[in-house]
Design a protein around this ligand. Structure first.
Ligand code: SF4
Length: 252
């Protein structure tokens, strides 16, 4: 991951205490116990994952999946054949992906990114990225407008690249902040701090499972408007949940 400004010129960080080192594994075990093992994720090629992640930004997962199916149905676009999407008009793309949020913004962005990749690589593929280090891949992806750390993390972690990264979207950030796992910060800094807490033994697949469990939790109990803390398996670890429960008991 590219260094954040706060890392530059910083002395080496002290080793984690045993409690810090077990923080994410403890949360992971509790969420696994509550929600069960997430279904196995079948990774796509990096370009397909990139398109899916761009569609999925601030959108329900089911809507993004539906938009991917519509691109295939109406443009015959899909893995190893994204040229029809690149070459379609922005109006057509916006109409086809209308089920996701902000289709009128996502359509021209998608088209432009696919055109820029073609111009830089000479063909429309990201398979060559497999030869590079994770930090190089991420900075290469983030050179394109509209691709930030969340999307580059999703591409390297969830695609066939299968690298260690955590895609910190608004849901993931909210849960982490309520749990006070790391000091409050933006998504990029939060990912950097969380990755320090990730055990060496966690490979890309476990990180993808961890992200899925946090997403599930964010949509089930730790929702944006009204977290349901009483049955939450993380309540004992969560300062926000304990405060919420104490407030409930104080309310006449
Ligand atoms: S206790 Fe409440 S605020 Fe904390 S993680 Fe659970 S649902 Fe979210």
């Amino acid at each position: 991951m590219p260094p954040t400004p706060e890392d530059q010129d910083q002395p080496a960080l002290p080793p984690l205490t045993p409690e810090q080192a077990d923080k994410l594994p403890h949360i992971h075990r509790l969420l696994l116990g509550y929600y069960g093992q997430p279904p196995a994720h079948i990774p796509s090629d990096p370009l397909t994952q990139l398109i899916h992640s761009l569609l999925a930004a601030r959108t329900k997962a089911l809507a993004a999946q539906q938009a991917m199916r519509e691109l295939h149905r109406l443009l015959n676009a899909g893995p190893n054949n994204w040229e029809p999407l690149r070459d379609a008009s922005t109006e057509d793309i916006a109409r086809i992906i209308a089920i996701v949020t902000f289709p009128e913004q996502k359509a021209p962005r998608l088209k432009l990114i696919l055109q820029q990749i073609t111009a830089r690589v000479g063909s429309l593929t990201l398979d060559f990225l497999a030869r590079y280090r994770t930090d190089k891949i991420r900075s290469w992806l983030e050179q394109f407008e509209g691709i930030g750390p969340q999307i580059s993390a999703a591409v390297v972690n969830l695609s066939t690249l299968r690298r260690r990264a955590l895609a910190i979207d608004a849901n993931h950030l909210r849960v982490v902040q309520r749990l006070c796992i790391t000091p409050r910060a933006d998504a990029a800094t939060t990912e950097h701090r969380l990755m320090r807490l990730v055990p060496e033994t966690w490979d890309a697949a476990i990180l993808a499972d961890h992200h899925t469990l946090i997403q599930l939790h964010a949509h089930t109990l730790c929702t944006f408007t009204e977290p349901n803390c009483a049955p939450c398996p993380l309540l004992k670890l969560c300062p926000t949940g304990q405060r919420n429960q104490a407030d409930l008991h104080l309310t006449p």
